[in-house]
Design a protein around this ligand. Structure first.
Ligand code: SAM
Ligand code: SF4
Ligand code: SF4
Length: 349
């Protein structure tokens, strides 16, 4: 017997919106601040993000109640995972209250947060108590000189490691560690990082340096490609590929043949994964972006503040998602890399 599915206008049997390439929305990344206590050279270079830079005023940020409304709207459209990011999300006062609100949305089964780890040792217990499921911690080297040159505020490695330990103890694992690899800057830290986190129960993820924003002076020659990273690792610690845990998983997975765990590689530059991209992003100012490399977003803040009911919000999100056609990384050229794009610190990674 033939099964007949009733499709809605978007061709999706669940009734949730899909974009013009048939992709549903599953993950929501929310930037809660555009400020940061680091000045990573690949993200917020000091020369631009200095005391004369115009950060958002408090009133321009979405309130926790507004973020909750947006999250509930997306939860009705198929989102089950939320990640808080920034800037540095742990700089936002009372972030635990937001975590609790998001963790309380029935459709959301995973609330995660990406942090530079500077405040994690202090906050891990309260974040876990509020309902945070997992953290991802960014760390680019175990060598203080290299790490300090990359965070550009002389922040020491040990304090980030303390944060990772505190998070693990608070139950915020399995923890992912993000390492952006930049040629000639920290590529000589790849093996040390792998050796340290191997067997520790955390998954180290190597990220190709990306041409996000317009301030980091990105050049293709600074990128260490995924293939090179895999070969370098394999020589020191033999690895083999692992099938993705779910469709749309950002990192390709590899496991150590000696059974000491897994690593991930995020190869947005050399092996793009736009076909499976189910992520929507909300900037700290409340704009909806449907691609990390977009130049413009759709303002939701005004809608949230003008309409107490959620109908206009709902219609706008549906309209934006069903018109989405982004596949930046698959169509990256020397022309597109030069185009002005939103800053990573504004919409989060
Ligand atoms: N401040 C937090 C942190 O660093 O984890 C959260 C925000 S940060 C923008 C999110 C992630 O984006 C971090 O893991 C960071 O390393 C990564 N990132 C920032 N700029 C990048 C770039 N140009 N290429 C690749 N990854 C980048
Ligand atoms: Fe701050 Fe994270 Fe950007 Fe580094 S990567 S400057 S920690 S927002
Ligand atoms: Fe998604 Fe844009 Fe990245 Fe492609 S380039 S995977 S569409 S965020």
């Amino acid at each position: 017997m033939r099964t007949v599915l009733l499709l809605n206008v978007t061709g999706n049997p669940t009734g949730n919106p899909t974009d013009t390439l048939g992709r549903p929305v599953r993950d929501l990344r929310i930037s809660v601040t555009d400020r940061c206590n680091f000045r990573c050279t690949y993200c917020m270079p000091k020369e631009i993000f200095n005391s004369s830079f115009q950060y958002l005023q408090r009133s321009e940020l979405l309130s926790f109640e507004e973020i909750e409304r947006v999250a509930k709207c997306f939860a009705q459209k198929g989102v089950t995972k939320i990640r808080l990011t920034g800037g540095e999300p742990l700089l936002r006062n009372g972030i635990e209250d937001l975590v609790a609100k998001l963790a309380g949305i029935p459709e959301i089964n995973d609330v995660a947060l990406t942090t530079n780890g500077a405040l994690l040792a202090r906050k891990a217990v309260s974040l876990a108590a509020a309902g945070l499921d997992r953290v991802t911690v960014s760390l680019d080297s175990l060598d203080d000189t290299t790490f300090m040159a990359m965070n550009d505020v002389d922040f020491p490695v040990q304090k980030v490691l303390d944060g990772i330990d505190a998070a693990a103890q608070a139950g915020l694992g399995p923890i992912k560690i993000n390492m952006v690899v930049k040629r000639g800057v920290n590529d000589n830290s790849v093996i040390d990082m792998a050796a340290y986190f191997k067997g520790a129960g955390h998954t180290l993820r190597f990220i190709e340096y990306m041409d996000v924003g317009a301030t980091n002076g990105w050049e293709l020659s600074d990128v260490v490609d995924a293939q090179t990273i895999v070969e370098t690792l394999h020589e020191a610690f033999p690895i083999e590929p692992v099938a993705p845990a779910y469709p749309g998983e950002v990192a390709t997975r590899w496991r150590y043949l000696d059974g000491t765990g897994e690593i991930g590689i995020i190869s947005s530059v050399t092996q793009p994964f736009c076909g499976n991209c189910t992520r929507a992003r909300i900037s700290a100012a409340g704009a909806l972006y449907t691609c990390l490399f977009a130049a413009n977003g759709t303002d939701l803040r005004q809608i949230l503040r003008q309409s107490p009911d959620d109908e206009a919000l709902d219609q706008t999100v549906n309209r934006v998602w069903t018109h989405r056609s982004d596949r930046y990384s698959e169509s990256r050229t020397s022309i597109t890399t030069g185009v002005t794009k939103v800053e990573m610190s504004h919409i989060g990674g």
